[in-house]
Design a protein around this ligand. Structure first.
Ligand code: NDP
Ligand code: GDR
Length: 357
């Protein structure tokens, strides 16, 4: 049977990498996009420019908060696999838009599950839910695995908790093939500009290219388990090819502070940082010139923080043969180099205000 995928969030970091992977594997790929006031499909350019994808890749308008658009798409496309990657995915922003985040990230998942059920596709359509390590929140146990209790710490994580359980519920209640990927942080040169890694690598690239800016961050003591998005979309695909629906952690098994990622990123540009002070008074200076490179702003701290994430990917390794392949210093280096390349060829979007986000 020919494989037909529907990817929500196709214009985002993971959606674009996943679309590319599935097209390489011979799938027909349909992506759900939403209308924006400015062009938001730049991550899909490579796919569109590849003549091999002609007649294989389609985009449709739809929205997680619009049930009718979801039913219309699922009915028309009759996908064999749905990857639900769309979300209001920024943790800080979720504190400012909690109701919308619950609607999109939580109830949005139910809309897809109900569409599969009511349209009679339970036997032909598998469903992947983009669950997250943010579910673990306040540390209960380390490393975190599929059996670690959840304790969400943001409106985003609470909405994703609902989505996690509603997927399990449809699996148990209706025998729907619904799986959760509990993915730890994964990054790439295509990461959104206001997530911390990309904010850092973009600022480092600008500083290395001679721009007069200061990298301004919030909490640099929190620790994250960072991998490369390309590995993680491969994991999503493996999760849906497994012989039974199940939930899997995808992680590297290593954790590092935000400060460490800052150091690695400056290292990649040949700049050594000398740190002074603590808390909001902490500053990073260029060890050679003494110039101020990094400062802390209390405004960028979150109302509730997730201090420590480190995942145990043993189940995914044993059952799916999946492993993260990219080390953190390789990730930082790839991101800095790509941001520098974009700066030089004029494709890096930035202005002085945008580096403060
Ligand atoms: P991005 O923020 O890069 O992409 C999110 C996508 O969702 C974009 O395509 C966005 O569209 C779309 N979207 C947002 N709101 C809606 C809506 N109301 N209706 C339709 N589409 C919408 O996220 P990532 O690619 O990094 O992450 C993919 C998924 O995985 C998300 O669900 C995220 O929460 C989850 N996740 C991510 C992790 C990570 O480290 N990256 C880790 C664990 C889970 P637009 O382009 O128009 O904004
Ligand atoms: P996270 O990613 O919240 O883990 O969610 P983010 O990169 O936003 O934050 C990581 C950590 O860095 C600290 N931090 C800052 N964060 C941002 N964005 N900007 C700053 O200036 C800054 N300074 C310090 C944060 O406090 C936090 O501790 C990501 C998203 O992709 C989610 O969708 C996904 O579910 C999780 O990863 C796993």
């Amino acid at each position: 049977m020919s494989k037909i995928a529907l990817i929500t969030g196709v214009t985002g970091q993971d959606g674009a990498y996943l679309a590319e992977l599935l097209l390489e594997q011979g799938y027909t790929v349909h992506g759900m996009r939403r209308r924006a006031s400015h062009y938001n499909e730049f991550r899909l350019e490579q796919i569109r420019n590849n003549p091999k994808n002609a007649g294989k890749f389609f985009l449709h308008y739809g929205d997680l908060t619009d049930s009718m658009s979801i039913f219309r798409l699922v009915e028309a496309i009759r996908p064999t696999e749905i990857y639900n990657l769309a979300a209001q995915s920024h943790v800080s922003v979720s504190f400012e838009t909690p109701e919308y985040t619950a609607n999109a990230d939580g109830v949005g998942t139910t809309r897809f599950l109900e569409a599969i059920r009511l349209l009679g596709l339970i036997d032909t359509c598998r469903f992947y839910q983009a669950s997250t390590s943010e579910l673990y929140g306040l540390v209960q146990e380390v490393p975190q695995s599929e059996t670690t209790p959840f304790y969400p710490r943001s409106p985003y994580a609470v909405a994703k908790l609902y989505a996690y359980w509603i997927t399990v519920n449809y699996r148990e209640g209706y025998n729907l093939f619904g799986s959760n990927g509990i993915l730890f942080n994964h990054e790439s040169p295509n990461r959104g500009e206001i997530f911390v890694t990309r904010k850092i690598t973009r600022a480092v690239a600008l500083i290395a290219e001679g721009e007069d800016i200061i990298l301004t961050l919030g909490n640099m003591d929190s620790q994250r388990d960072w991998g490369h998005a390309r590995d993680y979309v491969d994991g999503m695909h493996r999760i849906l090819q497994h012989d039974q629906a199940d939930d899997f952690v995808l992680a590297t098994g290593e954790t590092h502070t935000i400060r460490h990622f800052v150091n690695l990123s400056f290292d990649a540009a040949g700049i050594t940082v000398r740190w002074e002070g603590e808390g909001v008074n902490e500053r990073g200076y260029c060890a050679k010139s003494g110039k101020l490179l990094v400062q802390v702003s209390a405004d960028l701290f979150r109302p509730a923080e997730v201090e420590l994430l480190i995942g145990n990917p043993a189940k995914a390794k044993a059952l799916l043969g999946w492993e993260a392949t990219v080390k953190i210093h390789e990730l930082a280096s790839e991101m800095v180099n790509e941001d520098r390349r974009r700066y030089k060829d004029g494709t890096l979007f930035w202005n002085k205000q945008s580096v403060l986000w």
